[in-house]
Design a protein. Structure first.
Length: 222
């Protein structure tokens, strides 16, 4: 039953994810009341649809914790991102070799390593694939010297800054509920690391954002 469940679940997950991603790209996807619009909705709806097709929700849910099946979930997201024509956002933790292997296999057209805080090899391989590296307030933390050493070598034209609010407030706001206004502290810190002015970093990361998320429109020049 387990092998059959995995096979059916994977096929169903892929089919439903692709179908809903196509609807998302066309603007026809109506998310459920408690499901946000976007690729998160695509994946949640895909899992729900796959569970219905498999017909055994409890066992299907149990299998999600299995490494063999869990490894397929990023692939389904990658397929959905390609179909919808949007960047793939990757949040990885303690899984650099696995993440590198999946990215090399899938080769998404565009994407970003969100809230980057891991190793140099992942950063380098992601950059080779055209990914952007996004930095949160972690880079300002006292124990993040290894991360800072990597950030110094990151190309400015593939760099983004983020809050990850309400978490990971940067120094000097550490311990507070994070909010968008705090991003200036992270940006100033990263600018100093990179040896550029805050204005130069802001201009570069803003341009990078609109290049990556090319469906977003920059505000009109004042």
């Amino acid at each position: 039953m387990r092998v059959e469940l995995l096979a059916q679940g994977i096929d169903a997950l892929q089919l439903v994810a692709l179908e809903d991603a196509g609807k998302l790209a066309l603007g026809d996807l109506d998310p459920d009341d408690e499901v946000p619009h976007g690729l998160v909705a695509v994946l949640r709806r895909a899992l729900e649809g796959a569970a219905q097709i498999v017909g055994d929700r409890k066992q299907f849910a149990a299998e999600l914790g299995d490494g063999e099946f869990a490894g397929f979930l990023p692939l389904a997201l990658g397929a959905a991102a390609r179909e919808a024509g949007v960047p793939l956002i990757v949040h990885t933790r303690d899984a650099d070799p696995e993440t590198i292997a999946i990215l090399k296999e899938e080769r998404p057209k565009a994407g970003v390593i969100h809230c980057f805080s891991t190793g140099r090899e992942l950063a380098e391989e992601a950059l080779k694939l055209g990914f952007y590296i996004s930095l949160s307030g972690i880079v300002t933390f006292k124990n993040a010297q290894a991360l800072r050493d990597i950030v110094r070598d990151l190309p400015l034209d593939q760099l983004l800054i983020e809050t990850d609010a309400p978490y990971l407030a940067p120094v000097p706001m550490r311990g507070k509920r994070n909010e968008p206004s705090f991003i200036v502290h992270t940006a100033a810190f990263v600018a100093q690391l990179k040896g550029v002015t805050l204005e130069e970093l802001a201009a570069a990361t803003t341009e990078n954002f609109f290049r990556l998320f090319n469906k977003a429109q920059p505000p009109p020049a004042s």
